[in-house]
Ligand binder design. Structure first.
Ligand code: FEO
Length: 386
């Protein structure tokens, strides 16, 4: 395990998790990385650690450039264990190191998880000299935990941004210009949608605070570092946090014997005829976190389910529960579905869409047994009139 020098005297010493396929329920089809950074200065400083099972990788990469015992500071930008899990092991390797954490939430969180270690609290705006470099701390509360902060080094123009601007993406290439940009942006969007969508206002606040900084490198906590496409990722965060939406429809459904799927097909055709792009997700073969990625930037959401035991299908309930937590803003939505008898699912979906805060833009589409040609023609007309 070797450290990778990203600037003179500054090393990536993180871990690549090639095999991870779920991050607390978010599908991570391309794995991830837990990025940590070592700065060699008068005071040797480690920025963040890694998920606990990868602590040996972290120690080995640090040891490839310096004895870990020489670390003076460990900056913990975020308490979540994918970044702090290596703290107990690394702090045993460097017992004299101070652990820098946000006040009071970082201190509270780290103490609860790891007991009394040599913590040093910092507040937003405080700075720490480590020799010829300075580290400035900017609190980013609820982006996405109360303790979250970022660390800026003005002499190097590096922002150590932790979760912000990151992606769950495993690669042996560290920089944006060494990887396929559409893939990196796709994973950054998926990350924002599934982790940060709920915190758009806080993201706006953070972007405002960071706009005063001269940034040449964003050293993220996950995935690929930004050095050549910083304006693109900042502009994307601006749009996502403001809930900017495209003329795009997300159609998501489950089906039992094909009738609800037939409705979904007709809805997709109708949007297409109207010139609106469509993302089509059958929940039997698509993950809710991929649907959520498209929900982030789409104007319309159509959710369908047949009735099963007086309810909607559990897969649809799962999706609605998931996006209810993420609180998408400014979505226009409607419900559709088929039934044999009873037929409660469509009303239940509409109730949930209202509870999520969606504007109901179309009367619910509710069809007994199998949709007739006349019913499908009505759907086309209704969507055309949107
Ligand atoms: Fe990557 Fe919120 O931890």
């Amino acid at each position: 395990m070797q450290a990778i020098e990203i600037k003179p005297g500054i090393y990536w010493v993180g871990a690549i998790d090639w095999s991870m396929r779920s991050f607390h329920g978010y599908s991570t089809n391309r794995g991830s990385s837990y990025n940590a950074y070592l700065i060699l200065d008068d005071k040797v400083t480690l920025i963040d650690t890694v998920k606990a099972p990868f602590a040996d990788d972290l120690v080995a990469r640090i040891a490839s450039v310096i004895d870990p015992a020489k670390i003076d500071y460990i900056v913990s930008n975020h308490v979540e264990p994918d970044h702090s899990g290596g703290l107990p092991i690394i702090s045993r390797c460097c017992p004299n190191a101070k652990i820098i954490t946000s006040s009071p939430q970082g201190l509270r969180g780290l103490t609860a998880r790891y007991g009394n270690l040599p913590y040093q609290e910092v507040k937003t705006g405080e700075a720490l000299s480590i020799g010829k470099r300075t580290l400035k701390f900017v609190a980013t509360p609820m982006l996405h935990w109360p303790d979250s902060m970022v660390t800026y080094c003005p002499e190097e123009k590096i922002l150590f941004s932790n979760d912000a601007f990151g992606q769950h993406l495993a690669s042996n290439k560290r920089f944006d210009d060494e990887n396929a940009l559409p893939v990196v942006m796709e994973e950054a969007k998926k990350y924002y949608a599934n982790i940060l969508m709920l915190f758009g206002k806080q993201a706006q606040g953070a972007l405002k605070a960071l706009s005063a900084l001269d940034i040449e490198l964003i050293a993220v906590g996950h995935g690929i570092l930004w050095r050549s496409h910083i304006p693109e990722i900042l502009a994307s965060y601006e749009n996502w946090s403001k809930n900017e939406r495209d003329d795009h429809a997300v159609i998501v459904f489950d089906t039992m014997w094909g009738s609800t799927e037939r409705l979904a097909d007709t809805i997709a055709d109708s949007f297409t005829e109207k010139g609106i792009a469509v993302s089509f997700f059958d929940l039997r073969s698509n993950h809710i976190s991929d649907v959520t990625t498209e929900v982030l930037t789409s104007k319309y959401l159509a959710v369908g389910s047949p009735t099963l035991n007086n309810q909607m299908m559990p897969s649809v309930a799962c999706f609605l529960c998931y996006i209810k937590g993420l609180q998408p803003k400014g979505l226009q939505a409607f419900a559709f579905g088929s039934y044999g008898w009873g037929g409660q699912s469509v009303g239940l979906i509409e109730d949930e869409l209202k509870a999520i805060g969606c504007e109901i833009c179309l009367e619910k589409i509710r069809v007994a047994n199998v949709p007739t040609r006349a019913q499908l023609a009505t759907i086309r007309d209704q969507i055309n009139s949107l």
